[in-house]
Design a protein around this ligand. Structure first.
Ligand SMILES: [Zn+2]
Length: 169
């Protein structure tokens, strides 16, 4: 089921999410909804808080569904290792219409559980490392806008507030 995607300013987007305690049918349904919603958007990643569910789950598919093995489901993810730094333009389905250059690790190893509840350890370089950091940030209540500084951040926040006031956000 495709769920509406929350936008900057909505809760629980700005609050830390809770760990998944058990692989229930509810959790499986949430994962299915995340996948459907990500592909429909379309986007290359989506975290549960973005659809209003405060649980530590995200999905990523850099192929946008074109590669049958492209889907990655991560439950209760944790960083095992992070190194290096990359500066690339980044956006977010919860901040539509805005992009900014964000500093991210060049390489990241993440440990978590897959949809079946089995442990998996996945190494990401480049775009995948960036996605790992972006999605785990979502689980901690952080959006890419929160990682910006100074004028760049003020400008985006001001524009969002203006859109909100006029009912266009
Ligand atoms: Zn995002």
């Amino acid at each position: 089921m495709i769920r509406p995607i929350l936008k900057y300013g909505d809760n629980p987007l700005h609050e830390p999410a809770l760990s998944v305690e058990a692989f229930t049918s509810d959790v499986d349904r949430i994962i299915g909804d995340l996948v459907d919603t990500m592909y429909a958007a379309p986007g290359i990643g989506l975290a549960a808080p973005q659809v209003g569910i405060p649980l530590r789950i995200f999905v990523i598919d850099l192929s946008l569904g074109h590669d049958p093995n492209g889907l990655l489901v991560m439950v209760n993810p944790e960083f095992v290792e992070r190194e290096g730094m990359q500066l690339e333009d980044e956006g977010c389905l919860s901040v539509p219409g805005f992009n900014a250059t964000v500093a991210r690790p060049a390489r990241a190893i993440v440990k978590g559980w897959n949809r079946e509840g089995q442990e998996q350890i996945i190494e990401g370089n480049g775009l995948l490392a960036r996605c790992f950091q972006h999605e785990i940030d979502h689980l901690d209540g952080t959006l890419f806008v929160d990682r910006l500084r100074g004028l760049q951040k003020d400008l985006i926040v001001r524009k969002i507030k203006k859109l909100s006031r006029s009912g266009k956000w």
